[in-house]
Write a protein that binds this ligand. Sequence first.
Ligand SMILES: [Fe+2]
Length: 354
Amino acid sequence: MLWLTRQYLLAEVQAGMILARPIVSGDRNILLNENTVLTQTTLDLLKAWGVQSLHIKEIIREDGVNAYGFVAGREKFLARYEENILVLKDVFETARYLREAPVKKIEALADRTVDMLSGATGVISHLSSLPPADDYTLRHSLNVGILAGLLGRWRKVGIKTLREVVLAGLLHDIGKTQVPLEILNSPGPLSAAEMAIMQQHPVRGYKLLEDNDRLAQSVKFAVLQHHERLDGSGYPAALAGDAIADYARLIAVTDMYDAMTSSQVYREAFTPFASAAEIFAMFDKLDPAVALPFIANIRDAMIGRMVKLSDGTEARVIYLDTERLSRPVVRLARGGYVDLEKRRDLTITGLVAG
Ligand SMILES: [Fe+2]
């Protein structure tokens, strides 16, 4: 039996979950021991004690899913996802045709996105199981909003920051509504002139939002700077280092991850393993304070997953090191273990549903 320890906010914990670490009081008394099965009464006590978060044991079942909240959570998550896509579609169409950003609507959507994250386990897996769709910009924007929210939670930010980073994720590409559709949806490679127009989308997005007093300046900067890179290789202003705003660094990582894990006109989708490995390799361009916790959480989400290997066999991920994310140790469905670090002829080609 495989176990995984994951930290939850108290509000997300349900009766029946099992404590992975003891709860210790300020004066070092053990309040609840490891392996305690939580009941509603113990949850009420934890709340009264002011416990904010706790470590829960998750069992990786034989079918590869985490035993808590995953199956029921997935359907609910996907239903909310599709509802939110419809709201975002309306927002982006208003931006394209009326040249204004309906900020109140976007704020309500950010709240709904934050709600999607509470109590939802397996969000990374849910996102990686979404079917390909043709409304790429919309889905990408929602995905980046969700990922930014997850990353915010992993970094234990407060609710105000959480809401702002989700807003920044939802809005980061709103400037694409100002790019002509024939360029945005071009099936082939863009010409240099078309590329220059496309690369103006952060500026166009910023201009749409600039005069809105409701939106925090930090959110507007995230929109303007999400393609800037720490080594100065980004656009539109080739900013470097500290000149790049905090939220922009956060959106840069989540934006790259979602772009890589989505299939594009010109290439197949990368697996979460390969995408996280690519992000790890970009340490000179991305902020490690953002990229490393992000990668660590992708790794946690992928442990126990069934994957397909390049020789057509299926296997379960058993061990995954942050520094060699695309080459885990796997247990083959037909039996036996393989260390992909040593078997360089094999790669992971995809996730197996379930
Ligand atoms: Fe962008």
